[in-house]
Design a protein around this ligand. Structure first.
Ligand SMILES: [Zn+2]
Length: 198
């Protein structure tokens, strides 16, 4: 029905997160009829963003310059590390305005059914930071789903060492969900009300 080039575009768009086949078709039909300049701008900004973005060599967040601005910020408490699942979770914690330490992105949660083992996550990198720096507390801010629970307990056990406090947020977070579903106030309370794991 549709020309090949549009079908190709629909197929590519439908692979994006949160874009179903119907939306992909709607976006594609919008783009092929849109102003040429606007479409070139969009295509250009996708390319530039992709080319400039890298992972911070310390915390694993998305950044243009590594180390990232949070890792480099001397006003942030370097004795406090908040462990999150994905780089985007840093934004949620930052918006809650309840945390002034540094971050560490795990890159996922342990999930044997999906083939994700501890070695696939950035845990060794976290241990390296614990060995090198004067870290006082690790705040585990993973989702409240099964994988988040299992990974939090695994981390608490593996990271345990004298003089290090390991706490976990969770208080008030909706059960079975990730940080992106919590509003700022809820996340703020969850961070303030973090509990020491034992
Ligand atoms: Zn960083």
């Amino acid at each position: 029905m549709l020309p090949d080039s549009i079908t190709t575009l629909v197929t590519a768009l439908a692979k994006l997160p949160g874009v179903g086949p119907r939306s992909a078709e709607r976006i594609a039909l919008h783009l092929v009829q849109a102003d040429m300049g606007a479409v070139k701008n969009l295509a250009g900004s996708i390319l530039v963003a992709r080319e400039k973005t890298r992972f911070c060599e310390i915390c694993g967040s998305l950044t243009e310059l590594s180390p990232c601005s949070i890792c480099e910020d001397p006003r942030r408490d370097a004795t406090l590390i908040c462990v999150v699942e994905r780089a985007v979770d840093i934004l949620s914690v930052e918006k809650s305005d309840a945390f002034r330490g540094k971050f560490h992105v795990l890159g996922g949660t342990i999930s044997p059914l999906d083939g994700v083992e501890p070695e696939d996550l950035r845990i060794a990198e976290l241990e390296k930071r614990l060995a090198e720096g004067a870290i006082r507390e690790v705040v585990i801010a993973l989702g409240t789903n099964v994988e988040g629970d299992a990974t939090s307990h695994y981390l608490a056990k593996r990271l345990m060492r004298p003089g290090l406090k390991i706490s976990r947020i969770g208080f008030g977070l909706p059960a079975g969900s990730g940080l992106e579903f919590a509003d700022e106030l809820t996340l703020n309370r969850a961070l303030e009300g973090r509990r020491e794991m034992s």
